[in-house]
Ligand binder design. Sequence first.
Ligand code: SR1
Ligand code: MG
Length: 418
Amino acid sequence: MTTDTAVEAPYEILTPQTVPAFLRSRPALAERVDPDDLRSVREVGDGNLNLVFVLADGAGRGLVLKQALPYVRLVGPSWQLTPDRARHEAEALRLHGRLATDLVPQLYDYDPDRYVLAIEDLSDHRVWRTALNDGLRHDGAAEAMGRFVGRIAFGTSVLGMDAGERAATLAAAVNPELCLITEDLVFTEPYVDAGRNSVLPANERDAAELAADRTMVDAMGQAKWAFMTRAEALLHGDLHTGSVMVRAADGEEGPADSVKAFDSEFAFYGPVAFDLGALWGNYVIAAARATALGDDERATWALGLCTRTWDAFEAEFRGAWADERADPRMFGDDLREHLLATWRSEAWLFGAAKMTRRIVGLAKTTDIETLPPPLREGAARGVLRTARRWVRERVVDSTPRRAGDIAGEVLAATATRG
Ligand code: SR1
Ligand code: MG
């Protein structure tokens, strides 16, 4: 997308040329970067919704400006979308930053008139999805995201937040337009095509079988109900591997010394397992790519990330429960066990929803889409069949290890290696 062309909007849309003036108008940014000595302003937004500018000045300081457009960038102005999503992201970043400081980028400033966030520059990080696509490992990233979900789940729930503050936070976090996107694209359209679905011709039968699978559709109805009604905690809301930045301690890969969840514009009060399932579903997608490329060892590693994330989440939640929970008179350990068992099983359900939508619906993933079609066919089929197994088997043995084993079996059986 060119940012030199004027975009019609009821507020100023930034271009590389207008960024210096924007910076001068924001006192909070005066110490962050020098608008009169900018050496580079790059528009790098490759997501589905927003403009993203990475700035650097002559002293080597940098920051990121992220502006919400009044429409869905992926589709264009025909799909109008509230720019107020930027406020949701700012508020989520502030709160999540309080609870999990090292696991989100720092928010420097938010301009509510132009819907612009100024965020810490993470140019020394990589988007986890693209690192995964390149065959890299950042050990510790899956655990970090488990801890992140544990911190925000506990800290924004009735267990970790004063009741009055939680009520106000919940009210401010009602995010209907972004939630509607998820309700439609994740839970509905893979089964009831609204004209936005697409698959390879070789996968048309797989998509048709999916939509005709009554067990799957009923399970997605349950998942959608939970998503729309169960305000447990202020979630990230779109926690796929493309919403995580990773940095290796030493070189291009290896143990991660920094892991950050970003892009929280879909934040809302919802069921905790939705964020966990988003991660799990995308680990399966990463594994499908590895299997398609003939790297079974890497596929096994990717599927093992489900356990790593879950274990870190559970440990974080148990620790917070022991140390910090509100009202132990009523919230006893039976409730803790009930919640953990429910979320573990629901992570399968939401994981199934999240992996399926990326194969059949609008907004796919580079893990699968950059595979040559003869390989993509089997990878796509494997992801869809994994989802159908997950919704059926989630109550039999709901350990994340079993979830990974099922995915491994299915992906190996469906791979088309050209
Ligand atoms: C129309 S927006 C499509 C998708 O992009 C975001 O990353 C969310 O996943 C959303 O569903
Ligand atoms: Mg996003």
